[in-house]
Design a protein around this ligand. Structure first.
Ligand SMILES: [Fe+2]
Length: 138
């Protein structure tokens, strides 16, 4: 079971909660894969992960825009590349070419990516925005 760790907090409640839900979406995919729930549930989980990711990234980008975070464009590009990767998996689902190896390796990549992205990139806008708001990241 993947977990949200306290050092992953960016300090903006709505976005921290979305990160928790994203981890929840990954756990749902992990359950579907490990419990052998079959292609339909695996693909439903992937679809949910994709939709949730798109919504979350657009919310994050709105926050960065609103506070004129200077690194927004680079951040946006990285979001887009990640969405394309999950889209690739969703496409494999709709075309019926999904395999458990593909889903499992994407699952691990996605978790590593997400954790690293939150710790290295999201925390940067978190620091910038919370400072502007006069809040602390803790
Ligand atoms: Fe991000």
């Amino acid at each position: 079971m993947l977990q949200f760790e306290p050092n992953m907090r960016v300090g903006i409640d709505v976005l921290d909660n979305q990160h928790k839900s994203l981890i929840g979406a990954l756990n749902r995919l992990m359950d579907a894969l490990w419990d052998g729930k079959g292609r339909e549930e695996v693909c439903n989980s992937i679809k949910f992960l994709l939709d949730y990711t798109v919504t979350h990234f657009s919310d994050e980008e709105e926050w960065m825009e609103r506070y004129r975070f200077p690194e927004l464009e680079g951040h946006r590009l990285i979001h887009r590349q990640f969405v394309e990767r999950v889209q690739g998996l969703a496409k494999a689902c709709s075309e019926g070419t999904i395999t458990s190896d593909l889903a499992i390796s994407t699952f691990y990549d996605t978790w590593d990516w997400l954790k690293d992205h939150i710790l290295k990139m999201d925390k940067r806008y978190g620091k910038f925005i919370t400072e502007r708001m006069g809040l602390s990241q803790k």
